[in-house]
Design a protein around this ligand. Structure first.
Ligand code: MG
Ligand code: ZN
Length: 189
């Protein structure tokens, strides 16, 4: 199996500091939907793993999140893309849950659902699981769980801030890209 895991905000759609609270506030990053279509055509299983503390903060309900994701999946399918499942953490940082990135809970669940090895919170290294994200928590989780990590750092300010927060060791371990379009071009090259 070829598995790729995508962060949502800053990878598929534009980040918003005001949170994305409704389908009308969800705006895809140019080229991201087409890129997901290409991954699907190339036979990748695609999962989304996203921290959505806006649920815990009561900025939007879980139903509101489903509505946003329904719109997103609909837009992705128009470009021939298919998402296996969207995993999200609805908790607050202070909840100390095991699913808020960089905690490995969502990846453990992905491994369970796809019947993959996840010994000591690491994917089977022969699989080369790919993770694409734009935040420090994504980098930490990706490297801790043995993923090949791509940082989408060119599109939004969050991505640019992320680089400044990383250690030299982390920067050397990741691949920097402008956006998901560039990631997919590299992955499929
Ligand atoms: Mg993000
Ligand atoms: Zn959580």
């Amino acid at each position: 199996m070829k598995l790729i895991i995508l962060d949502r905000d800053g990878v598929i759609n534009k980040e918003s500091r005001a949170y994305i609270k409704s389908p009308s506030e969800w705006h895809p990053i140019p080229g991201s939907l087409e890129a997901i279509g290409k991954l699907t055509s190339a036979g990748y299983t695609i999962c989304v793993a996203t921290n959505q503390s806006g649920v815990g903060r009561r900025y939007f309900s879980e139903q509101g999140l489903y509505d946003i994701h329904e719109r997103m999946l609909n837009e992705i399918s128009k470009h021939g893309g298919k998402i296996f499942k969207i995993y999200y953490c609805p908790h607050l940082p202070t909840d100390m849950c095991d699913c808020r990135k960089p905690a490995p809970g969502m990846f453990a669940q992905i491994a369970k659902d796809l019947e993959l090895e996840f010994v000591d919170n690491k994917f089977d290294q022969s699989m080369q699981v790919i993770f694409v994200g734009d935040s420090k928590c994504d980098v930490e989780l990706g490297l801790n769980t043995g993923c090949k990590f791509y940082l989408t750092a060119g599109f939004n300010s969050d991505g640019q801030d992320t680089l400044n927060k990383l250690s030299q060791q982390q920067i050397q371990a990741i691949t920097q890209c402008t956006d998901l379009q560039e990631v997919v071009a590299k992955v499929l090259a």
